[in-house]
Design a protein around this ligand. Structure first.
Ligand code: MN
Length: 255
C-alpha cells in the first residue's frame, strides 16, 4: 500500500511544467497494479485559486478533472483536504468518488516489521490551523468557509473570481523571495518551531507520521515529520510506502 501526498502546488497556469508534471504522476498512479492499495491525498492549495462549482475551472483544468475521474474509476482512494486557496469544491468533483476534508485526514497503515504487522497512523493536514494565535486568519478562514461564501462562489462566474485573484497574484520570483528560506533566520526559526511543536504534539498523540504543508518551509524531522515546502520551487511531493515503512520525498518528473 502506498500513499501519495501533494500540496501547495499553487497551480495558476494549465500550460505550466509543474502542472503537466503533476498530471503525469497522477496518470502513472492510474496504471498501478493494485489501485485499491493506492491512496492519493490532495492536501490543499493544489490550485492558487479554485473556489466553488464553475465551468470555467472545469474547462481550465479539464485534464486534472479527467485524471481524477480515471483514478476514481480504478478505485484509488482519493482525498481532498481543502486549503486556503481551494475550497467549496464538493460540487466541482461530482463525477469522482473523492472524500473532502475540512482540515486533516488520518490514514491507518500496517507495515510489516520483523515482529509482524503493526498498526500505524498517518496524520495529514494542510497546516493552516497550526498557528492558533493568528486570530485574524482564523476569522477570515471561518468567513471564507461559510455557507454564504459557498452559495456566492457557486453563482459568481469563475472567470470573474479569477480576475479578482489575478489582481492580487504575484510572479514566481516574488513568491520565491517570500519563502521562509529567504526570511531573516530568527523569523524562519520561529515558524519552524511552531510547525515542529505541532508535529511533535501529534506524534505524542499517537500519530506515527505527521505531514503538513501551507507554510512553504521545506523542513522535516526524520522519521516522523515532513513539510511539503513549495513545489513551484522545490518540485517535490511525498510518498508513504508501506513496504519500506517510511515517507520519501520524490521529485516531479522534469518536463
Ligand atoms: Mn495554504
Amino acid at each position: 500500500m502506498r500513499v501519495w501526498i501533494f500540496s501547495d502546488l499553487h497551480i495558476t497556469d494549465p500550460e505550466s511544467s509543474l502542472y503537466l508534471s503533476f498530471l503525469q504522476v497522477l496518470q502513472q498512479i492510474s496504471n498501478e497494479m493494485n489501485p485499491t492499495l493506492c491512496h492519493v491525498v490532495f492536501a490543499g492549495d493544489i490550485f492558487d485559486l479554485l473556489v466553488g462549482k464553475s465551468s470555467f475551472y472545469s474547462r481550465k483544468y479539464a485534464n486534472f478533472f479527467n485524471v481524477v475521474h480515471l483514478l476514481s474509476q480504478r478505485n484509488v482512494q482519493l482525498y481532498y483536504i481543502e486549503g486556503n486557496h481551494d475550497f467549496h469544491l464538493r460540487t466541482l468533483f461530482d463525477q469522482a468518488n473523492i472524500q473532502f476534508l475540512d482540515e486533516s485526514v488520518v490514514i491507518p497503515v500496517s507495515p510489516r516489521t520483523p515482529n509482524g504487522d503493526v498498526g500505524k497512523k498517518l496524520f495529514i493536514a494542510h497546516g493552516d490551523l497550526v498557528d492558533q494565535e493568528d486570530s485574524g486568519y482564523l476569522r477570515l478562514r471561518k468567513f471564507f468557509r461559510s455557507h454564504v461564501i459557498r452559495v456566492a462562489a457557486n453563482i459568481v462566474p469563475g472567470a470573474f473570481v479569477q480576475k479578482i485573484g489575478d489582481l492580487s497574484s504575484r510572479t514566481l520570483e516574488q513568491k520565491e523571495s517570500d519563502l521562509p528560506q529567504n526570511w531573516p533566520l530568527e523569523n524562519r526559526d520561529a515558524l519552524r518551531t511552531l510547525f515542529r511543536s505541532y508535529a511533535k504534539e501529534k506524534n505524542r498523540q499517537g500519530f506515527d507520521y505527521v505531514i503538513l504543508g501551507h507554510c512553504h518551509d521545506l523542513d522535516e524531522m526524520k522519521p516522523f515529520y515532513f513539510n511539503m515546502g513549495y513545489p513551484p520551487v522545490h518540485r517535490q511531493y511525498l510518498i508513504y510506502d508501506e513496504a519500506e515503512d517510511c515517507v520519501k520525498r520524490v521529485n516531479f518528473p522534469g518536463i
